[in-house]
Write a protein that binds this ligand. Structure first.
Ligand SMILES: NC(=O)c1ccc[n+]([C@@H]2O[C@H](COP(=O)([O-])OP(=O)(O)OC[C@H]3O[C@@H](n4cnc5c(N)ncnc54)[C@H](OP(=O)(O)O)[C@@H]3O)[C@@H](O)[C@H]2O)c1
Length: 277
């Protein structure tokens, strides 16, 4: 039986994946913000052969990321699969108490913390996989001198920047830990919960996307396939299961630059023995 960790596992694709693994009899640790949604997952898990654990955390907080990662490390010697699904869109700019732009923190920095923070546990698995569900190949731009988007904030600008940062995370991680299969996965438009805070114009768009998006149950099929049959390459980039190219300019040099910027930002929250470069 495998041990799976899922961030953003209380809704949308993360929750559906959690329930699928629980049906198989796996142990699934779900990290999410809402206690109520966490309890709902634990209730649903009672009808499965698996074991579910819920860890409540607001992943926009790096202190909370560190607390949860340390709890996971204490609980599990081995993690077979790490699924990264937490994301929260914001029409308006928000800076967290720790000084990070909210989307960058929740969508990218948290994924950096989890990917690197669970390396030791992943390395003990026979076929470890990190499944980073985001928007690879979609474009976007890193605003190297304006990472908090103090100028020119827009929800899509923030989403694109954090998405590209995730692609760079995948490149650098795969280079550092080639024995762990890292997958950057674009699911297409899916009728999940679209977690976020939207202005009136965006709310209309989200209502449309909820109607036209693919069902969650359908969208997780190629994600499960990529987890069950990982490629031998350290990094795989897929859109709905098919290989794609990363956006032009998202290369090793950019990935190294992003890692060099990220580590000092996260230094107060990284556990040295856990997050060694
Ligand atoms: N759906 C799409 O059309 C689409 C398209 C492209 C890429 N993706 C990618 O696919 C992934 C999953 O999408 P989805 O639509 O299934 O997601 P979703 O339904 O919007 O669910 C997002 C999950 O993240 C959690 N979350 C959000 N903010 C959090 C925070 N601060 N701390 C902890 N947990 C937090 C949510 O919990 P709460 O509900 O409590 O906030 C929820 O469990 C996302 O990462 C996204 O990047 C989705």
């Amino acid at each position: 039986m495998a041990t799976i960790v899922i961030t953003g596992g209380t809704d949308g694709m993360g929750r559906a994946l959690a329930l699928e693994f629980l049906q198989r009899g796996d142990t699934v640790a779900v990290v999410g913000r809402s206690q109520e949604k966490g309890q709902s997952l634990l209730d649903a898990a009672k009808d499965t052969a698996g074991r579910a654990i819920f860890l409540q955390a607001d992943l926009s907080s790096m202190s909370a990321n560190r607390r949860v990662i340390e709890a996971l490390r204490a609980e599990f010697a081995v993690v077979d699969v790490l699924v990264l699904c937490a994301r929260h869109f914001r029409s308006t700019r928000l800076i967290t108490d720790e000084g990070f732009e909210h989307t960058f923190a929740t969508f990218y920095l948290s994924r950096f913390m989890f990917s690197h923070g669970l390396v030791a546990q992943l390395e003990r698995a026979s076929r470890p996989v990190v499944m980073n569900v985001g928007g690879p190949g979609e474009g976007g731009e890193v605003h190297w001198d304006n990472l908090t988007l103090a100028q020119g904030y827009d929800g899509f600008t923030a989403l694109g920047q954090a998405g590209i940062a995730n692609d760079m995370l995948g490149i650098a991680f795969a280079e550092a830990y080639p024995e762990i299969a890292y997958v950057l996965f674009h699911p297409g438009i899916v009728a999940g919960s679209f977690a976020g805070e939207y202005d009136a114009e965006m709310e209309k768009m989200i209502a449309d996307l909820t109607e036209t998006g693919r069902p969650v149950a359908e969208a997780i099929v190629p994600i499960l396939d990529a987890i069950d049959r990982p490629q031998s390459e350290p990094l795989t980039v897929l859109a709905q299961g098919a290989p794609i190219e990363l956006f032009a300019g998202v290369d090793w040099a950019a990935a190294k630059r992003m890692e060099d910027i990220t580590r000092p930002l996260l230094a107060p929250y990284l556990t040295p023995s856990v997050h060694a470069s």
